[in-house]
Design a binder for this molecule. Sequence first.
Ligand SMILES: [Zn+2]
Length: 369
Amino acid sequence: MGSFGLSWRCAMRALPMLRGRKAMRKQFGVLLAALFYYTGLIGLARWLQQRSGPRLIILNYHHASGEDLRRHLLYLRRHYRVLHLDEALTELYAPAERWATKRDKRALVALTFDDGYHDNYTHAFSLARELRMPITIFLIPGYVESGDYFWWGEGRRLVQRAGVAVVTLEGRTYRLDALEEKARLSQTIDARLRHASSIVEREAFLAQVRELLAVPGNVTVEEEKDRPMSWAEIQKMQESGWVSYGAHTMHHPILAYLSDPADLHYEVSECRKVLEQRLACPVRSLAYPVGRAEHIGEEVVQAVKDAGYAWAVTTYKGSNTPASDPYLLKRMLSDSSRNWLVMAAETSGIWDLLAPLWKAVIGKGEDVA
Ligand SMILES: [Zn+2]
């Protein structure tokens, strides 16, 4: 009876985890990844990946305070050659003969963190030092300078912390004691910020919303990890040798939405200039803000080339070979709170290997990844 009681309590506790399709899909993904890992399929996929020639997997993290980051790093250290991004890219594009003579032919991995959240300092830095693993962080100098919250989290944060019960924004009134209204207001703010055609317009709108919502100025413990790191923290990390930096534009606009080409060039080139001054070393790579295909047109890529960068990373999903376009490098989105087995499955490329089989079983039009 005792053990029945215990398992019943465990099941009850597990129930909320199983609620909702998203949670179930997540659980299923972990189970599948565990099955692949413990049957040796992930090891086999990694072996095939290694035999296919030089390859670079660039992982794309944001926050570092998720509970599974240590396991991610331990796994990657064991099965890949983890390098700073610039080193890894230099090696990827080196003449083929050099790779042929390499003894260690494990695929290359670069760990990248976008935006420069404060928990990169409090969590990723200590892990990188302890495990002796290099990481690369893409910085936004305008935010480091101001210490402001990043714009993409402001819709949710401002509405959550509003000091008023009713607000009228752009002719529409929202009652903030109703959850649906709150969500709608948050979405409206996000959409305006996302589609801003200049930094001036975006910041003016943000100032207006902050005032309307009367948000208190104090910072909660929960909010602390969402703030940017300071220059002092950035320099301390750099001195350790385990952290390198890339550019993520001056203020993180979606570059394709900027209406003035001068703004596009400023965001990209000024970022490199400021970072090189602050860090006293060359800055050769850039991560496009919200780097999806629809946000990276020809003018954007040209601006990055004109500013003197050697490489640029997107959020297009996949890994890179010497044939990859150096200004449209692919990354794999990762998350420090995601189970390490799922990350292991994704980096091994097993989904790509199984895709034809999967399609044959469940029919066309379905995508496993
Ligand atoms: Zn970003």
